[in-house]
Unconditional design. Structure first.
Length: 253
């Protein structure tokens, strides 16, 4: 078997185990964006070498690889060690993933899961990322769920950014997920309003001044409403789409 990088090995093992990135994220409690980056051998989002090793161990265990061997491979690639370990040496033939199989308590595994959870929460704090159900806003307050989008507020402008935001400069974006999908929302200055998975059936609304920038990894899984106008699905199933909207009529760019 040809030699593989750490990320490529983990990606191949995940696919071999029949797991999607979403399923792996739910199992390891590691954000989907970080798992995508790890599989591309981009460890910059992990928050440092300590968290990189923790993420690698958690993912390796979930896809049926030996965690210590995969971490050793990573250290060889990034620390100037000996030649990379071949992928065949990492797989454990006697450890198949069996869904629904009942076993007695495994305290070693329980301790490992607890440690992984602690490391994940630490990484979230370092990266400043939110959970998939969080909605972050910048400069203004969230739109109430029952508030008509077309009624512009006439009072209580925001002073959070050191200036008054006029109603005519406000951009209101609402996203409803038909299926679970990764969503990134930023304001005109590139500040993150939200980054994570919007669960199926959930809808969220963001407001910002001047401009809202969207990144949708599955454009066919969501529908958009911008400044009170329904735009429907912004793309096809599985298509990654970037959109930018201004305060007046929606203006995709």
């Amino acid at each position: 078997m040809p030699e593989q990088s750490t990320g490529a090995m983990l990606a191949a093992a995940r696919k071999s185990a029949g797991l999607t990135v979403t399923q792996l994220s739910e199992t390891t409690r590691i954000r989907e964006a970080i798992i995508h980056a790890i599989e591309r051998d981009d460890f910059s989002q992990c928050g440092g070498d300590f968290y990189v090793r923790g993420h690698i161990k958690a993912v390796a265990k979930a896809v049926g690889l030996d965690p210590d061997t995969v971490v050793h491979l990573f250290e060889q690639e990034h620390g100037g060690g000996p030649a990379p370990v071949r992928a065949a040496a990492v797989f454990q033939a006697d450890r198949l993933i069996k869904l629904g199989e009942r076993r007695g308590p495994n305290w070693t595994m329980a301790l490992g899961v607890a440690l992984a959870i602690v490391m994940v929460f630490g990484a979230v704090r370092v990266l400043g990322g939110g959970t998939s159900d969080e909605v972050r806003t910048a400069d203004v307050h969230p739109v109430p769920a029952n508030s008509p989008i077309t009624e512009r507020p006439r009072a209580k402008p925001s002073h959070a950014a050191g200036k008054v935001i006029a109603a005519k400069d406000l951009v209101v974006v609402k996203i409803k997920a038909k299926r679970s999908s990764y969503v990134s929302v930023r304001d005109a200055k590139g500040r993150k309003l939200f980054s994570g998975t919007l669960k199926a059936g959930k809808s969220s609304t963001w407001r910002a001044a001047t401009k809202v920038q969207l990144l949708l990894e599955d454009a066919g899984a969501v529908s958009l409403q911008v400044n009170g106008k329904n735009l429907g699905r912004p793309g096809a199933r599985g298509e990654t789409v970037r959109r930018t909207f201004g305060p007046s009529a929606p203006r995709p760019r």
